[in-house]
Design a protein around this ligand. Structure first.
Ligand code: PMT
Length: 402
């Protein structure tokens, strides 16, 4: 995610400083080069040596080095593509918001031209104080990025909002800030996961979709600057940060929510595995076992994508197809019949493709008849490849004035 990116990590003096060590590891694991700057107070919680070992680089703690005034902040400004301040204490937030630059970290914040991400972590009362809130708002207005702290038990013994956000979330935000925002201005509606079609209070018909493909699309689109609404069937995945998640159960609920968000969407990507049929009757009580077979009558669910296709106007509509035979022919027929701009076909017979896997192997079939076969890739990479096609279509339409 961060291959070759140069990140400056600023560590302030708070108990969450120990988590910055894990953050350093994660950033490096994702391929970033990390230079750590610590405040003097931070060095009382964790030693610079810890960060030196983890980052493989000398840790900077002072504007004045062995040779006097080192101008480290200027060198860091030339070096950094992103600065993350984690944990950002109330003191550092206040200093940055007020233009105070009295140590290496605060001077560096003032000097940098790259994105700066503040990750506040502090006592809940401190975080809620109007002064800290005002300062955070000031930072946002000045173009700095701020990640909300998480709520939970705090080291000071109280419970509330003030925990350093999850490391994975900080890394995701870092990746977003380092990515080209080439989908900014798009509002992308993604559907994901299975639907559940109940026939009594404890049983339902469903399928094997895990939501991984749709969630990867939502995360990738958000990373590239799109506003994202994710309409999801029941899955165990947490919704990607910064995405508006709308959870549904049945195909009919998914239909309603998709229609509700259609008007404001510019792109619709339907990765959900929607049940085509639902039980005609839903028993109020649990159906009792009898000696004979149980016969369920099924009726058709709404075809969501076909309905979107009728109403799509100049929106870009992308469908998925899951087939066990004649993949290309069947997928292309679906695309044409339902007004899609292109369809992503995954083959049930391919190893590592389709349901549940972290990977997928797809063919992208365009409305003009062209077909592109992608190799087996991580679902996030597949998502980016799909979004590249969306971007290309948008560019072509702009050029043609349509
Ligand atoms: O969630 P994962 O475990 O990561 O798996 C991903 C996936 C295999 C579910 C995904 O990649 C995928 O292929 N999703 C579509 C599966 C499917 O339902 O295909 P289909 O051929 O039945 O439907 C074609 C298209 O119509 C799909 O875009 C589907 O969302 C849509 N559809 C289908 C039925 C229906 N009633 N309404 C719809 O909108």
């Amino acid at each position: 995610m961060l291959r070759g990116k140069r990140v400056v990590l600023g560590v302030c003096g708070g108990i969450a400083a120990y988590k910055a060590a894990e953050l350093t590891r994660e950033l490096i694991r994702e391929g970033a080069e990390v230079r750590v700057v610590m405040t003097q107070n931070a060095t009382r919680f964790v030693t610079p040596l810890t960060f030196q070992v983890l980052s493989g680089r000398r840790v900077l703690t002072d504007t004045f080095g062995d040779d006097g005034y080192d101008m480290n902040h200027i060198a860091l400004a030339d070096y950094a593509e992103l600065m993350i301040i984690a944990p950002a204490t109330a003191n550092m937030v206040g200093k940055a918001a007020s233009g105070i630059a009295d140590d290496l970290l605060s001077t560096t914040v003032m000097t940098l031209r790259c994105p700066v991400l503040f990750c506040p972590a502090m006592n809940a009362a401190m975080y809620e104080s109007p002064i800290v809130q005002d300062n955070l708002e000031k930072l946002r207005r000045a173009g700095f990025h701020v990640l909300e702290p998480a709520a939970g038990d705090l080291a000071c013994g109280v419970s509330g909002k003030g925990r350093l956000p999850e490391i994975s979330l900080i890394v995701t935000e870092a990746a977003r800030l380092l990515s080209p925002q080439d989908l900014a201005g798009e509002r992308i509606l993604v559907t994901a996961g299975p639907t559940r079609e109940p026939f009594d209070p404890v049983r339902f018909i469903t399928n094997y979709s895990s939501g991984k493909m749709g969630y990867a699309l939502a995360a990738a689109a958000r990373r590239r600057g799109a506003e994202v609404v994710l309409v999801s069937g029941p899955v165990t995945l947490p919704p990607p940060y910064g995405v508006e998640a709308v959870m549904v159960e049945s195909a009919r609920e998914m239909f309603e929510k998709v229609m509700e968000h259609l008007e404001r969407s510019t792109v619709i990507i339907k990765a959900a595995a929607v049940a085509d049929y639902r039980p005609a009757v839903r028993s109020r009580g649990k159906i009792k076992k009898t000696k004979g077979p149980l016969i369920l009558e099924l009726e058709r669910n709404p075809d969501i994508i076909a309905e979107v296709g009728k109403r799509k106007g100049d929106r870009i509509l992308v469908g998925f197809a899951m087939e066990s035979e004649n993949l290309v022919e069947n997928a292309a027929a679906k695309m044409k019949a339902k007004g899609m701009d292109f369809i992503v076909a995954n083959d049930l017979n391919e190893e590592g493709a389709g349901f549940q896997h972290d990977t997928n192997k797809v063919r992208i079939i365009m409305n003009d008849g062209s077909i592109e076969s992608l190799p087996l890739m991580d679902k996030l990479e597949v998502a980016h490849a799909i979004l590249d096609r969306v971007k290309k279509l948008r560019r072509e339409r702009k050029r043609d004035g349509s």
